[in-house]
Write a protein that binds this ligand. Structure first.
Ligand SMILES: Cc1ncc(COP(=O)(O)O)c(C=O)c1O
Length: 392
């Protein structure tokens, strides 16, 4: 399938956070925006068609989930990840982060600890804090340009659990912002520590379908019945098919007791999903694969292009992502403090990147770059960075 992803579309004045909030976030709006995680590519034709068809039928009352959507989710999870899930396990939320918040409140009490592995997706922090829980950090280790989980430290944290009172691990799999697709053995090790220490696992797998060649995503819960019973898995079409503005995700909760508690926690706060979101969810999961295959090729070419380009830019080393379209840039050799690094990217290079420190203190000296944009724009952004670095 051929889509014209090289074409640059303006998304200004379209209720777009990425484009319309640039001035508020960066203080100017002439940047190439490469920050928040959505893509500057038009969505797949079957999704547009499904939304248009539904819009043409002018009854937009309260929604109800159709069996056809449940069937599509069940067969996609089975075909892509060899995980057999059941209809009753699926609970819809407006987003993964709302699901994560509800999950935390379901499995913890105020004052409990939640283990995360920084640098990690920044909205994990308020999800924990606003649930009156404590952040317990098990920092990832960076060895030879590759991030690994620190199992030794994780075991120590759990041994000292009287101090931390941790009740859950909030796993990011694949991991934003460092782009790891966790191997089966790594997840098995994490799951073993979780079971031994009565830690529930909330697994955010929103990026599970943006995986580069040679890597495979394993849903944490698919690895054993024990893990399945001890976890909530968050999935969504929003990253895969670029539907973040439609607000729909699903939580897979095999454990009946936890599922009932989760539903009770969200009752009266979370309403039924939006009908256009449901149409797009079903259309994407059912008919979106030709578009997705093309997207994955295009993203991987962007990734190669970017990695090659940075070979000529002294002081910035991108960490090659195994999945996600979010690239972690090691800028420590530019020898700028974080405020100057941010200022440099905004006011010299004129690119809108995410500040590495929003993902935790270990993000000092790093920036995160979203490469899901037309290649001509990516090239222009890289050119701007190169010229500005040469002037430093
Ligand atoms: C790891 C991760 N989880 C959750 C989200 C947000 O999901 P949602 O918009 O469905 O709340 C993002 C968005 O970038 C993400 O990277």
């Amino acid at each position: 399938m051929k889509c014209d992803f090289d074409k640059v579309h303006s998304r200004k004045n379209t209720y777009s956070t990425k484009w319309d909030c640039m001035k508020d976030i960066f203080g100017r709006d002439d940047l190439i925006p490469m920050w928040i995680a959505d893509m500057d590519f038009p969505v797949a034709e079957p999704i547009r068609k499904a939304i248009k068809n539904r819009a043409d039928y002018p009854f937009y009352g309260y929604s109800r989930i159709k069996n056809s959507l449940m069937d599509v989710i069940i067969s996609r999870v089975l075909n892509k990840f060899q995980w057999k899930i059941e209809k009753e396990w699926i609970v819809f939320t407006p987003g993964v982060i709302s699901g994560v918040n509800i999950a935390i409140r379901t499995v913890t009490s105020p004052g409990d600890g939640i283990i995360i592995q920084q640098p990690v997706y920044h909205l994990f922090f308020p999800s924990i804090i606003n649930s009156n829980c404590k952040i317990v950090n098990n920092p990832l280790k960076l060895d030879n340009g590759k991030y690994e989980m620190d199992f030794k430290n994780l075991s120590q944290l759990t041994e000292e659990n009287e101090r931390y009172n941790s009740k859950a691990i909030l796993l990011c799999s694949p991991h934003n912002p460092i782009g790891r697709v966790w191997k089966r053995e790594e997840l098995l090790e994490l799951g073993k520590i979780a079971i031994e220490n009565n830690l529930f696992v909330i697994s955010d797998e929103i990026h599970s379908e943006i995986i580069y060649k040679g890597y495979k995503h394993h849903p944490f819960a698919s690895l054993s019945k024990e893990f399945e019973d001890n976890s909530i898995t968050c999935i969504s079409p929003s990253k895969t098919f670029n539907l973040a503005g439609l607000n729909v995700s699903s939580m897979i909760i095999p454990n009946k007791k936890i599922r009932e508690k989760f539903k009770h926690t969200m009752a009266g706060i979370v309403s039924q999903p939006n009908i256009f979101a449901l149409e797009s969810f079903e259309a994407g999961f059912k008919d979106g694969d030709p578009w997705l295959n093309y997207l994955l090729e295009y993203l991987e070419e962007n990734l190669d292009f970017m990695i090659n380009y940075f070979k000529d830019i002294k002081g910035i080393e991108p960490i090659r992502a195994e999945g996600t379209y979010l690239i972690w840039l090691d800028c420590r050799k530019l020898n700028l403090n974080q405020a100057d690094l941010k200022d440099f990217m905004i006011n010299d290079a004129k690119v809108g990147l995410e500040d590495g420190t929003i993902f935790g203190d270990d993000g000092e000296g790093f920036m995160r770059m979203n490469i899901a944009l037309p290649r001509p724009l990516l090239e222009e952004a890289l050119k701007r960075i190169k010229i500005s670095v040469n002037l430093l």
